[in-house]
Design a protein. Sequence first.
Length: 201
Amino acid sequence: MTNSDYTPPVSQLLTYGEHGSWTVDTWPDYPKDFGLTAEHIPELLRLMSDWELWERDSESAEVWASCHAWRALAQMKAVEVVEPLLDLYADYDDDDYINEETPKVLTLLGPQILPRIEPYLKDPEFSPWGKIALIEAIKNIGLQSPESQSTCLELIRQQLENHKANDDSINGWLVEALVKFQAAETAPLIEAVYASDNIDE
């Protein structure tokens, strides 16, 4: 797709360039600053997944457009972003920005996205980097939304039950999440993971 395939105000993100950092509180207020509303969600999703923009020169303004799109969608609480964002890991799991910002996007969306991300967490073919992002998001959601912590804890525990099949780095992130939850009942499971020597400390 070309720049002309997008319409204002979404098209303004194509020329916005690098703004904000990996810290959420440095992100622009996209709905306010650009006048984005629910009617723009489909176009933002299309912009985020536009492979031609992902392949633009790293010094170009357009290469930042996908990043702006997922931030805007997160601020708008658009749960529709979850699957297309995670599907980007199939081709771009070595991208620093997607790895750094996916947990933040999912955390902003809150507990409502837990059923949407569970299949990805359990999928043995899903990117290890993507799973680390999911684990970080689940941990953050559980800590920020106490009413969802039992659900988050169970998702993490179930995944750690498969510790023998997991990558050692995945096990490290899972254990760290359980420790943050102060889930004493999972101590035997954590001990079993360490005993298996399949954990990256």
